[in-house]
Design a protein around this ligand. Structure first.
Ligand code: ISE
Length: 335
C-alpha cells in the first residue's frame, strides 16, 4: 500500500518533510498540501502533482488523503489534530502537540473517544541513533541507575520574533521529551535559572537560561538553552549513571583534520543535525500507517511535555522558583 499523505503547513519544516518523502523515503506519496497562504500550498501541490487547499479542515476531509502530517505553528495544532482524529486518520504532528496542557487534554479526550491511537508527536530525537544507543545502555542496567543528566541545546541564532518563552516551549521542549523517554519517568519539578545575558540576544530575549528538572525517582537533569551562540547548532547530552557516563557524539556530520585543526563540521540547524532522525521518524510513521498501527510518541507524551513546559514557564514568570508539574492521572488507554 502506498500511503497518501496530506501536508498541513507549507513552511520550511513542512517542505523538508515533503522533500524527504519524495526523494529519500519509500511507501508514501504526498497527494495534497494546505496552508492559510494558498500560494504556499499551491507551490507544494505543484511540486508533487497534488491538490492545494487553503485550510487544514478541507485537506482532512479529502477522501484521497489517508494520513495527515501537520507542520504549522503549535498554537494552531489543536483543531487540525482533533479533526484528523475524528476523521479516523493517522496524524504526525510537529512538536508541540499544542501550546497548553488544556488543549493537549482536548486531543487526548478526542483520541480516547475514538478508541484508537492515531496521534504521533514529532519528537524526532527518539529516532536519533546516538540517543538510542544511550537509551539502550540505560535500559540494559549494566552501569546502574541514572543519577544526573547534563544537556546543552545551542543554536547559532534566532529570529527577532523568538521570545523568552520560546526558549522553553519551542526549544527546551525537545530535552523535556527526550529526558522523559530516556529515563522512563515523568518530570515532577522544574526551575529556570538565568545567566548573564548574551549581548547577541535581542532586547526582550533573556538568554541563555538553564532549566533544572527532577524526575519521579530524583534524577537531576539540567539543560542549558543558548540560542545565539554563533558557532552552530550543537546538541549535547551526558547521562551519568552509577558506574559510567555516556554522551552523544559531537555532531552527526563528518570530522575534518587540516592545517587549522582537528574538528567536526558544525551543523547549522536541526534539519541538518537531525536529518537521519527525521528520516527514520517519518519512515517509521509511513510503515506504521501502512500496517494500521501506531508508532513513536503518543498524544500522552505530547500532553506530558506541554505540562512540563507550562510549569517551566510559570517558574520563568516567577523569577525562577521551583514549580511542581501538574499532570492528570495517566489514562489506561496510554498505559
Ligand atoms: C526549533 O523549532 C526546533 O525544533 C529546533 O530543534 C530547536 O533547536 C530550535 O531552537 C527551535 O526553534
Amino acid at each position: 500500500m502506498t500511503v497518501k499523505v496530506g501536508l498541513i503547513g507549507c513552511g520550511g519544516m513542512g517542505r523538508a518533510h515533503v522533500d524527504r518523502i519524495v526523494n529519500e523515503l519509500s511507501g508514501a506519496e504526498v497527494v495534497a498540501a494546505a496552508d492559510l497562504n494558498l500560494a504556499a500550498a499551491e507551490a507544494v501541490a505543484e511540486q508533487v502533482g497534488g491538490k492545494a487547499y487553503g485550510s487544514g479542515a478541507e485537506l482532512i476531509a479529502d477522501p484521497n488523503v489517508d494520513a495527515v502530517l501537520i507542520a504549522t505553528f503549535g498554537s494552531v495544532h489543536k483543531d487540525d489534530v482533533i479533526a484528523a482524529v475524528n476523521a479516523g486518520k493517522y496524524v504526525l504532528v510537529e512538536k508541540p502537540l499544542a501550546t497548553t496542557a488544556e488543549d493537549c487534554q482536548a486531543i487526548l479526550d478526542a483520541e480516547i473517544a475514538g478508541g484508537k491511537k492515531l496521534v504521533t508527536v514529532g519528537f524526532m530525537r527518539r529516532f536519533d541513533k546516538a540517543y538510542n544507543e544511550i537509551k539502550e545502555l540505560v535500559d540494559g542496567g549494566k552501569y546502574g541507575p541514572v543519577l544526573l543528566v547534563h544537556n546543552r541545546h545551542r543554536n547559532p541564532s534566532v529570529p527577532d520574533t523568538y521570545t523568552s518563552r520560546n526558549l522553553i516551549d519551542d526549544t527546551a521542549i525537545h530535552e523535556i521529551d527526550t529526558m522523559r523517554w530516556m529515563t522512563g519517568e515523568e518530570i515532577v519539578k522544574v526551575r529556570t535559572d538565568n545567566a548573564r545575558k548574551s549581548s547577541r540576544a535581542h532586547a526582550k530575549l533573556q538568554e541563555p537560561i538553564v532549566l533544572v528538572f527532577y524526575t519521579e525517582s530524583g534524577i537531576r537533569i539540567d539543560d542549558e538553552v543558548n540560542v545565539n551562540l554563533e558557532y552552530g547548532y550543537s546538541i549535547e547530552c551526558e547521562v551519568v549513571m552509577e558506574n559510567a557516563a555516556a554522551s552523544l557524539g559531537d555532531q552527526e556530520g563528518i570530522h575534518i583534520r587540516d592545517i587549522e585543526g582537528n574538528r567536526n563540521r558544525m551543523c547549522q540547524s536541526h534539519i541538518d543535525r537531525f536529518h537521519g532522525a527525521f528520516n527514520t521518524e517519518v519512515q517509521s510513521w509511513i510503515n506504521a500507517v501502512a500496517a494500521d498501527t501506531h508508532t513513536g510518541s503518543t498524544a500522552w507524551d505530547g500532553y506530558a511535555a506541554t505540562a512540563v513546559v507550562d510549569a517551566a514557564l510559570a517558574s520563568q514568570d516567577q523569577g525562577g522558583i521551583e514549580v511542581d508539574v501538574e499532570l492528570i492521572e495517566k489514562p489506561d488507554f496510554y498505559a
